[in-house]
Design a protein around this ligand. Structure first.
Ligand SMILES: [Zn+2]
Length: 443
């Protein structure tokens, strides 16, 4: 683990040198990508021998190689032996978390002892990890005590100082007293919290206003906190905000044209999340039939984040271990029911909850294993979150007018989804970040 981490840092330094030279692209610069196979998530069948013409940071034309005329003087990137897809979208990340090892201080040490600059440096590596794995947009689901750090990193990425994806920042997150770590300290000891704590609708609305004012593009609310298994073996989770408190946040965010993502496992907290008007349910471990019906009716997005619940199980004979296993069993049933009901499912992993050295695209494996067709899984990481983020036609597609966010893999992900764990080429906003060398076209 340690070795892999060091390797990442070395790569970042060497990469940063090239980034400073290459970003952003000249608006008149024309690049052509020759795509052997092109997966367009808007259609079912892949196309072959396609030419993608990129001007500046946008896609200008896409079409058959025999039909599309290559502009004079364009540089060419030859991906004729590869499968080309739109840059992928990860809808639930934590760049400020590193899957903290309990033996090294776990979650708490980050807030108690780490300098903000140290946390920012590590988040810089996380951002690069997302991009090099083909995720050109991330919705980062709060900074875990690192304040508005996501807004600063977003700016550094957008201005070309560091490599990284487009970040949709949520800033600090919101929960209630008793609803988030740090916890377990003596009552007289003031400790920082991993979110902004609110009690009552007035404080809730004010927190939303503050976060929106400082750059939040979504608001993240924790509607459940602790979870355990009761005497009958059923999952129970502690609700946090009241419907009244949540409604104040949702009303405020919607007024700003922004949306609200709600962490909710099951039960009372999940139902309050839906009654309060959350735009997306995060995790949704145990979606009962009434919740599914309400999500369908309200058009609520579902970001299941399967991967994180398969990691770090406690021993089977402990209460935590039993809970970990019940959570996964319930989650698998919920995911299948959500698919059958036609809920709008978006790809997210909760990476940061597990180390950034792990492949993000392993989520596709869990989704397809639970019955989602490969093309649907690809849509959950392209066209569908683009719609959720209000960016349909701009990201998640390779089409005229879209940002030139383009990736390539060697094999066919429709027959072997693990190909998406081996991304070989990444272009974001018209700039090549990883793989692919451009040559000048003959004409
Ligand atoms: Zn999360």
């Amino acid at each position: 683990m340690k070795f892999r981490h060091l390797a990442c840092i070395t790569l970042v330094l060497s990469c940063a040198a090239t980034i400073a030279q290459s970003a952003p692209p000249n608006p008149s610069q024309v690049t052509i990508i020759r795509a052997g196979t092109l997966i367009d998530p808007r259609t079912d069948a892949p196309k072959h021998n396609q030419l993608i013409v990129i001007r500046g940071n946008k896609v200008e034309t896409v079409g058959d190689e025999a039909v599309v005329k290559a502009p004079d003087g364009a540089s060419v990137i030859d991906l004729s032996n590869a499968t080309v897809l739109p840059g992928m979208i990860e809808s639930h990340t934590h760049i400020f978390l590193q899957g903290e090892d309990p033996a090294k201080g776990g979650y708490d040490i980050q807030l108690l002892k780490f300098y903000p600059s140290y946390r920012a440096a590590r988040a810089t590596v996380s951002a690069r990890r997302a991009l090099e794995q083909g995720f050109t947009t991330i919705r980062d689901m709060e900074t875990e005590g690192a304040g508005y750090g996501d807004v600063g990193l977003k700016r550094a990425i957008d201005e070309g100082y560091i490599p990284g994806p487009r970040i949709v920042p949520t800033t600090r997150g919101i929960s209630t007293t008793g609803g988030y770590p740090l916890e377990g300290y003596a009552p007289g000891v003031a400790v920082p919290k991993g979110v902004q704590i609110v009690d009552g609708p007035v404080e809730a609305r004010k927190a939303a206003r503050q976060q929106l004012d400082y750059g939040a593009e979504w608001i993240k609310v924790y509607m459940t906190h602790r979870s355990w298994v009761d005497k009958s073996g059923n999952l129970v989770s502690q609700p946090t905000l009241t419907v009244e408190e949540l409604k104040a946040i949702v009303d405020e965010a919607h007024g700003w044209g922004r949306k609200v993502a709600c962490h909710a496992y099951n039960g009372e907290g999940l139902h309050r999340a839906l009654d309060g008007g959350c735009d997306s349910i995060e995790h949704g471990l145990l979606l009962d039939d009434a919740a599914i019906a309400q999500m369908k009716k309200q058009g609520t997005w579902y970001c299941p984040t399967l991967t994180v619940y398969y990691t770090d199980w406690s021993p089977e004979d402990t209460s935590e271990g039993k809970r970990d296993r019940v959570r996964v069993a319930d989650h698998e049933v919920s995911f299948k029911k959500a698919m059958q009901a036609g809920l709008k499912i978006v790809f997210g992993t909760d990476v940061g909850g597990f180390p950034w050295t792990e492949p993000i695209a392993q989520e596709f494996g869990y989704m397809t294993k639970l019955g989602m067709p490969a093309m649907e899984a690809i849509r959950s990481a392209t066209t569908r979150p683009a719609e959720m983020l209000g960016m349909s036609g701009e990201i998640g597609v390779i089409a005229p007018g879209a940002y030139a966010d383009i990736i390539a893999v060697g094999g066919n992900p429709l027959t072997d989804i693990t190909e998406l764990e081996k991304v070989k080429f990444v272009m974001k906003d018209g700039t090549v970040f990883f793989g692919g060398t451009a040559s000048n076209a003959a004409h």
